[in-house]
Design a protein around this ligand. Structure first.
Ligand code: LAN
Length: 719
């Protein structure tokens, strides 16, 4: 759909405010306020796609010049508090959740949000009238039902062409909303558009009453992203929470189904899901278990157990809310929490008010409209990588970038976790860093490790003041050392707490491998490189443990290498991303092209996939198909990853690297920037997510690293 045909807000009235810990708040100025308010910054204009002053830097003679020009542009996008911010859109279930939660809990959906969200959603509609699991996916019932209901709540008429096409998809091509996957049913049921009896049981008793926490399958052992969703959902399910019917909901009931709503036998759909949405085969084990669970609920469970479970779950919800300053872990559990708290405490409660206040940080105004990110941003992640890129590119000592590094350094300082939480379910986090903001509260292994590297580069290698004390670095290292998995790799948020057999209990049809914290080559490499750098500067702290972790984690990296030499990347697309990390991890253990068969195989994997124009281009479908799928066009970001991998491995043929860098330089605009190309990130193998700053910091890093590090190292090798 051409979004230009839809109403829009005035882009010149949007401002991005951040507090000093990087929390984003896009605000629309009331009419007439522009004159008194500050003018838009360069960064705001960039994010909004507005014309901006451009002073082209001098023409690049070398890759280092090109890196400098890139950084001169990128520096203008740094925000006041020192971090780099960006849109973080992709999944189709984030924006609907936020809108539904506001609707159910009587929160305010500002007029400007409604207009810009509508535009954004319409812009991403597929030609067949539907929406996929994510912005690039083929249409699914899940995506389409969620966005359809969202648009109607935001004020779109049922006769609008977008709605007509979407309805046609839902009813004619997908078989009607009765077939929605479980995660869609949770929302539809809370909205009173589905009956809870058609939802597979999510009993709240599993949180303590029937499953004490020592039981190996207790939810506290599941992957934190997953258990965080089932916590509030179990409250909604067990209490059959539904909002009151109103005229719009009655209309929706007649629009979403292929037969009159009252004649739908929802319980007959318990295990029946639209084939377009199914990413994993029917789970027969769970189908049988569900019948027992229903019998338990209907005939056996005494009332006191139900009440006790309610109290336990409400307390756990409060714990997560308070520990995360009401952000919750991501934009999936956040709106479910808001709704659960509304049903337990009442619409006018303080907790619901706090939830409403923390919705704004999830919204991002881009060129098209407003989207809702997968998390409340990628602030820390991008900032740590930007520092590493500037230092790695040899630009860290350039006086013109001293100020931006100082600001970024300050952001590292304020973002570090100084205390552990008093919560037995939470991973130790002291000294670590988050993915987005400190107030979100969750440590991620690789974010902590990249933060450690960025700090060491600034404080030990570039001579910046030690505003992060040595003790605080020790805290980070000590915490990282607690996060290694039994297979010697590192996962994302926590050390793995249970075996993969728990996948048997996964009721979500749209995601596979989401119940357990697995090990990832990316996270493992980040920790290995972080610890290696740390011990160069502080050789006596935790010497033995660090040595043991580096050794064993390198073993994990070797064992996770695929026979073709690549590593599967779980968070970026895909083998190019994974292989860059794999090579970096090996290099940290001294294994490079000259010394290691593994490094050679990985380099050959990359070199064989270089395109004729010198670049690399990988399609996101690699992640789903689990084999390299070439993108028809070279991508700057894939190219930067590939050459960074080759350079760190000291790949002997410089010409191969130079041809990749040539492509990156060629794609650089006269302003020094790179334009947005294909999407960069992924999760759960199926759902893409954007990382718009990757085109900057990875390109700058790759270009600068050539002369600063790779060529001198190669010259030394050849002597
Ligand atoms: C992220 C984003 C960042 C990402 C990296 C730091 C890049 C990675 O190296 C470790 C894992 C992590 C932290 C990660 C985990 C899963 C997230 C939180 C996301 C991809 C962003 C959105 C996604 C989350 C799971 C979305 C909710 C969906 C569910 C299936 C619950």
């Amino acid at each position: 759909m051409d979004a230009d045909l839809l109403p829009k807000t005035d882009s010149s009235r949007w401002r991005l405010y951040t507090n000093e810990e990087g929390v984003h708040c896009w605000t629309y100025l009331t009419e007439g306020a522009n004159a008194v308010e500050r003018p838009q910054t360069f960064a705001e204009k960039y994010f909004l796609g507005l014309p901006r002053p451009s002073k082209p830097p001098s023409v690049a003679q070398s890759y280092s010049d090109a890196a400098r020009n890139g950084l001169l542009f990128y520096a203008q996008l740094q925000l006041e508090d020192g971090h780099w911010g960006s849109s973080y859109a992709g999944p189709s279930f984030t924006l609907p959740g936020i809108v539904f939660s506001l609707y159910i809990t009587e929160g305010t959906i500002l007029e400007e949000w409604a207009v810009d969200m509508t535009r954004w959603v319409c812009h991403h509609q597929n030609d067949d009238g539907g929406w996929g699991l994510h912005t690039l996916g083929e249409s699914t019932l899940f995506g389409t039902v969620l966005y359809y209901v969202t648009l109607r709540i935001l004020g779109m008429k049922a006769t609008n062409v977008v709605a007509v096409k979407a309805r046609d998809f839902i009813q004619r091509l997908a078989g009607g909303a009765a077939l929605a996957p479980q995660w869609g049913r949770y929302w539809l049921s809370a909205l009173n558009l589905y009956k809870w009896e058609g939802v597979q049981p999510v009993p709240s008793e599993m949180w303590q009453v029937i499953l004490p926490s020592w039981v190996p399958i207790h939810p506290w052992r599941w992957w934190v992203q997953c258990r965080s969703v089932y916590l509030p959902v179990s409250y909604l399910y067990s209490n059959r929470c539904q909002m009151e019917l109103n005229d719009l909901l009655l209309e929706l009931r007649s629009e979403l189904y292929c037969q009159p709503y009252d004649s739908v036998d929802f319980s007959a759909y318990l295990h029946n899901v639209c084939p377009l949405d199914r990413k994993r085969p029917i789970n027969h084990f769970l189908s049988i278990a569900n019948h027992f669970l229903r019998a338990w609920e209907w005939y056996i469970r005494p009332e006191w157990i139900h009440n006790r479970a309610n109290t336990v779950v409400r307390d756990l919800i409060r714990r997560e809310d308070e520990n995360t300053s009401y952000n919750d872990i991501a934009s999936v559990n956040k709106p479910f929490h808001t709704v659960a708290v509304h049903f337990s405490d009442g619409t006018r409660s303080q907790a619901v008010k706090m939830h409403h206040e923390k919705i704004l940080p999830y919204l991002w105004r881009d060129e098209i409209g407003i989207n809702v990110g997968g998390t409340n941003g990628a602030q820390f992640w991008d900032t740590a990588f930007s520092i590493i890129a500037i230092a790695g590119a040899g630009l860290g000592k350039d006086p013109q970038f001293c100020d931006i590094l100082q600001k970024a350094h300050r952001f590292l300082e304020v973002s570090q976790f100084r205390k552990d939480l008093n919560d037995p379910f939470r991973q130790k986090r002291k000294g670590g860093w988050p993915f987005s903001t400190k107030d979100q509260s969750y440590i991620v292994s690789d974010c902590a490790a990249e933060g450690l590297k960025a700090t060491l580069m600034l404080q030990e290698e570039l001579g910046f003041d030690k505003i992060i004390s040595t003790e605080r670095l020790f805290d980070c290292v000590d915490t990282l050392l607690t996060m290694q998995n039994p297979d010697h790799g590192f996962g994302s948020y926590e050390k793995a707490r249970v075996g993969t057999y728990v996948e048997m209990f996964n009721p979500a049809e749209i995601f596979d491998r989401c119940m357990v914290e697995y090990s990832y080559p990316e996270c493992t490499t980040a920790v290995v490189t972080g610890l290696s750098m740390f011990r160069r500067h502080y050789p006596s702290h935790a010497q033995k443990q660090i040595e043991a972790v580096i050794q064993s984690a390198t073993g994990y990296l070797k064992s996770s290498q695929r026979p073709d030499g690549s590593w599967y990347g779980s968070w970026g697309i895909c083998f190019t991303y994974g292989t860059m990390f794999g090579l970096e991890g090996l290099a940290a253990a001294g294994l490079t092209y000259a010394t290691s068969k593994e490094a050679q195989r990985a380099c050959h994997f990359l070199v064989e996939r270089q395109k004729d124009d010198g670049g690399w281009g990988e399609h996101w479908e690699s992640c789903e198909r689990r084999e390299y799928v070439e993108h028809e066009k070279s991508q700057v970001v894939n190219t930067a990853w590939a050459v960074l991998g080759l350079m760190v491995a000291r790949y002997p043929d410089r010409a191969v690297v130079a041809r990749g860098l040539e492509l990156i330089r060629h794609r650089q605009q006269p302003t020094g920037e790179w334009l947005q190309e294909a999407i960069e990130g992924i999760f759960n193998c199926t759902c893409t997510i954007e990382y718009p700053n990757y085109k900057f910091h990875f390109s700058i890093h790759a270009l600068g690293r050539f002369e600063h590090d790779y060529v001198p190292a190669m010259n030394k090798l050849s002597k």
